[in-house]
Write a protein that binds this ligand. Structure first.
Ligand code: ADP
Ligand code: MG
Length: 212
């Protein structure tokens, strides 16, 4: 069994920030095709701000909930694009889901992931198939829950989440955007991957690497 404390959650956010930084140009290119070309910049600004804010926390006396709420606040303050409130809500919901726990057991991490995905969906009101990050986040969380309930380890469950996110992001190429900026394109959004779904794969991939 792998357990997750505040220090490991901080390492998770550091890993996400590094992965998003490395992916920034691709995400901007994807957003350039069906949006306004800023998605990589927005995500890098957001996770960079999270990394900086978490660096000044005293990890020994900070609970996971507080760390996640700090992440939410700094992400929201740093990002003006629509991904700002979406990820901020994800972290606030993740924080609420693990409230009172000093150490997260494997099942708690899956509960946190599930709450994050639900937060994104609640905040943006996007359904599956509307070509948004929800098309990666929701199947990822569902796959993680199914794997966890089938007795899989955290590592295996996050592997399943990542595979589902990748399939979901790929599937956005066949979707017509009906939410967010790219919905203005209508059918012209076809054949292009949604940038928010693409970055969700990067985020979930970094979580998988850093949480096991
Ligand atoms: P903006 O569109 O304001 O420039 P970003 O470029 O940072 O914001 O993010 C764009 C991504 O946000 C889209 O690719 C999509 O995945 C996601 N998105 C936009 N609107 C919604 C929504 N209502 N629900 C979920 N995700 C959304
Ligand atoms: Mg954009």
């Amino acid at each position: 069994m792998t357990s997750t404390d505040t220090a490991k959650l901080k390492r998770m956010f550091d890993a996400i920030a590094a992965a998003i930084d490395a992916d920034k140009d691709r995400l901007c290119r994807l957003d350039g095709v069906i949006g306004d070309a800023d998605h990589g910049i927005a995500m890098a600004l957001g996770f960079g701000a999270v990394r900086d804010a978490l660096a000044s926390l005293d990890l020994a006396t900070t609970e996971p909930t507080t760390l996640l709420n700090t992440a939410a606040k700094s992400f929201l303050n740093a990002v003006g694009a629509s991904s700002g409130p979406l990820y901020a809500t994800a972290f606030i919901r993740g924080a609420a889901a693990v409230k009172g726990r000093a150490i997260l057991e494997e099942a708690d991490v899956i509960v946190m992931l599930r709450a994050m995905a639900q937060g994104i969906q609640d905040r943006g009101k996007a359904e599956l198939g509307e070509k948004t990050m929800v098309d990666a986040w929701l199947p990822a969380a569902q796959a993680a829950v199914v794997a966890q309930e089938a007795g899989k380890s955290l590592s295996e469950s996050l592997e399943a989440a990542l595979a589902a996110a990748e399939r979901g992001a790929e599937a956005t190429k066949d979707m017509i955007a009906t939410k967010g900026r790219s919905s203005r394109l209508g059918e012209r959004s076809l054949r292009h991957m949604d940038p928010g779904a693409a970055s969700a794969v990067t985020v979930i991939g970094a979580m998988r690497k850093s949480l096991v």
